[in-house]
Design a protein around this ligand. Sequence first.
Ligand code: MLT
Ligand code: MN
Ligand code: ZN
Length: 310
Amino acid sequence: MKVLVLGSGAGGGFPQWNCNCRLCAGQRQGVLDACARTQSSIAVSADGESWVLLNASPDIGQQIRSHPQLHPRHGLRDTPIKAVVLMDAQIDHVAGLLGLREGPRIDLYATPCVFEDLTTSFPVLGVLEHYCGTRWHMLAVAGTQTRIDFGVAGFPSLRFTAVAIPGKAPPYSPHRREQTVGDNIALLIEDLQGGRRLFYAPGLAEVGPEELRWMHDADCLLLDGTFWTEDEMRHAGLGTRSASDMGHLPQTGTGPRAGMVDALLATPAGRKVLTHINNSNPILDAASAQRQLLERHGIEVAYDGMEISL
Ligand code: MLT
Ligand code: MN
Ligand code: ZN
């Protein structure tokens, strides 16, 4: 299985267009050892020919342009992107669907909650009906059904499992204040040929016993790296919302609540990678003490263009 990190930043990317914080300004001025990051998405392939997108970032045009694997190959109009699977209905994960409107009908895999948000409060799918349209593949994660195995047409050697995880629905969702099963999923993807497994969760609010079990099953973890601390937005004067308000488990724990680093240390995966990194997170600076701490623990920080072979 091949994994391409198309975008490793959180909503807004890095540097964020309107942000003059130490990290964003430092990146623009070239005084930090930090690369720019587009908004969160990855592509996965079994053969390097056909790709499935996990999330569709608002930066999708730039992401496709900078990855030759995703360029058209055969005939006048063509794309090796065969399907899109959505983890949630957040802008940074779905707005890129609009950027695919010139192509064929999009084979779209998502939960009922996500289809609901994308046809009501953020009606991207209705808009797309006037362009390429979408073909719905319902991932039955809802109510008491918290996991589902599924296949994606065109990827016979990959087995996907969607798992309900703790997180937050988008601000415009009717579920924002009351989490509903299916608002946020993680994916376990197994390559049936080599038996290797990827666990992908760019938005994860909590690592409980369930999540730890899934993480234990994976050879490679690609997980929520949004925030270093619970209150870093507030401390940097960038906003009032905490990591938990936004549905993200910070890398550092507070009080009895363990952080993402503790969770990663408790898992045996050969590769542990953080992605969906917010522009406030000090790990963006490769020379930071926080980054060095991650390195000591064998935890990697995803970057745009990172390729993982499993
Ligand atoms: C989030 O995951 O909380 C988002 O990155 C927020 C956003 O897209 O603005
Ligand atoms: Mn996000
Ligand atoms: Zn900033």
